[in-house]
Ligand binder design. Sequence first.
Ligand code: 5GP
Length: 215
Amino acid sequence: MNFLEERIVKDGVVKEGNVLKVDSFLNHQMDIKLLNQMGAEFKKRFEGKPINKILTIEASGIGIACIAAQHFDVPVVFAKKSQSINLDGDMYVAEVESFTHKCINHVIVAQKFLTPDDHVLIIDDFLANGCALQGLIQIVQSSGATVEGIGIAIEKGFQSGGRMIRNLGFQLESLAIVDGMNAETGQIQFRDQNVPAKSGDAAGDGEICRSCTLD
Ligand code: 5GP
């Protein structure tokens, strides 16, 4: 097990509905030493990529992205979420479904912060069905910038987002991939990332972004 998997086993809580709570160290209270280790690991995994900007989404991605940015020595842009927008023409906007709020959120980035010259690393805390990521990718592509890679803390490998994003050809690096979890026993099963994936691995062929999870 790597450092993040160990911490998930120690302090993560499996909830009904395939929800993993990591709010004691990752997305409510934040363990900055752990975030720093994650930032160093992202730097290692994206070594050689000409990354000049990190893009994330409010709120949970911001802390992780900011600590990682110190390792890359680049600025962070975070996409803002809003249910209603006044489009005044200088924003990139994508639609993202929210499971918790049962509504469509608009995800917004000011055009001045993403340009065709940018080489972007997208960072977020969780990847489930991939709705949030799809929105961020769409925004980068609208700007003419390049997605150099995607760094995720925890991928839920039994949901379809990871496979969808990898099939699109992006370098997706998830520090921990949870392939199964049991709310009754609290057990969490991680994917061995040293074993090459077989085709057909990772669940969920179905439609993407029908059910985005928590925020
Ligand atoms: P997706 O858009 O990939 O379906 O979901 C990603 C977003 O949902 C993440 O940004 C994260 O905030 C939230 N999320 C998805 N699954 C979980 C989970 O099991 N636990 C927590 N805490 N958040 C989750």
